[in-house]
Structures are given as C-alpha cells and as structure tokens.
Write a protein that binds this ligand. Structure first.
Ligand code: DQA
Length: 186
C-alpha cells in the first residue's frame, strides 16, 4: 500500500506516511488544517497505460500533482492531502478507519472495481462521518451493465463519473470550498 502525504504549499515534498500526523492548527494565521484523503483502489496504479480509451493518459502521480495545485489555490488555507492507492479491499477499509481516527474531514474515493462488489467498503464509508465523494474517471453508466451498479453511491454525498482526471479536481474543489466556508462561518 502506498501512502504519502503532501502539503499544498510544498507540492514536491511528499513523504511516506509512517506515523500519525497530528498538527491541527497552522502556525500562520491560526487557521485549522483541513485534512483530505484521496483513496484509489485496484488497478488505478496503472493509470497512464491502462485502457486509455476509458481512463485517459494521466498517471496517478499526474492526478496527485493536479490536486496539490488545486489545493494551493485555496492558500492561505492549510490543506494536507493524504494519498493512498491499494489493490486490496481490506486495505481500503483499513485506510478509511485510519482516516477517521486521524480526524480527516473529507474522503475522495475511487474504489475501482470494488465499486460494483464491495458491501464492506460501503459499510466502512457509512461509518466515516466527514464529506465523502465518489470519483470515477470513466462514465460507469455508459459501460457494461455490471458497472452501472455502485454499492458506494448511496452512502456518499455525491458521485462524479466520466469527467476523467478533472473529476478529482472538481471533487477536491467542492470539499475545500465547503470546509473553508464552515471555518469562515465559525
Ligand atoms: C473506475 C470504473 C470501474 O468500473 C473500474 O473497475 C475501474 C475504474 C473508473 O475510474 O472509471 O477500475 O472506477
């Protein structure tokens, strides 16, 4: 399982996540750090070469870099993004539990093929009380019938499907705008 954290103001300094990350308040301005997790499931490590007719040519790293640039646009809001990609169902569930434990406010998730099979990932997401957005690069409703059913959609706030890599950017923009507004209001 690949886990690393990049801070929005240091996009080239992602580091392997090996310990609980607990800084809650930014030293500049006292704004609370917004924590977002981007979880990608099986085969999404192959983006760039995998069926480009469905998934395009961006690698997962390209998507991560684009998300860091998106987060930078919210400066001075401190944003910490935790990226996880795993090919294992249980590891996705463990990651959701870990994000809840570390106080992550929002999860963007592309569960890959587990979208269409995994009640266990759905249950894990149900127990996560922050914002949850499901993202698919391809439009799952225009593909094989077995992809039309998502076990995930009923337990997330919204699903973006068919926007390619921009779906992740749209989802992150939505969660950062929403969370920023709650900070400004409080
Ligand atoms: C996917 C769609 C799924 O049906 C497929 O199994 C994937 C990728 C997407 O991003 O379009 O692995 O989640």
């Amino acid at each position: 399982m690949m886990i690393y954290i990049q801070d929005a103001d240091k996009p080239n300094q992602g580091h392997i996540h090996s310990e609980a990350c607990s800084h809650g308040v930014s030293p500049q301005g006292g704004l609370p750090t917004i924590r977002v997790a981007v979880l990608n499931g099986p085969n999404l490590n192959l983006l760039g070469t995998r069926e480009p007719q469905y998934y395009g040519t961006w690698t997962l790293e390209d998507i991560h870099n684009d998300l860091m640039l998106t987060a930078e646009k919210f400066a001075p809001l401190p944003v910490e993004i935790h990226f996880v990609q795993t090919n294992h169902e249980g590891a996705i569930i463990d990651a959701i539990h870990a994000e809840a434990a570390r106080g992550t406010q929002a999860i963007l998730i592309n569960p890959g093929a587990y979208t269409h099979t995994s009640i266990a990932i759905r249950d894990a997401l149900s127990s996560f009380h922050g914002l949850k957005i499901e993202v698919h690069l391809s439009n799952i409703f225009q593909r094989e019938e077995f992809r039309h059913k998502s076990y995930i959609s009923p337990v997330v706030h919204s699903t973006l499907s068919g926007f390619g890599p921009l779906g992740y950017r749209m989802a992150l923009t939505y969660v950062l705008q929403t969370l920023e507004a709650t900070i400004v209001a409080s």
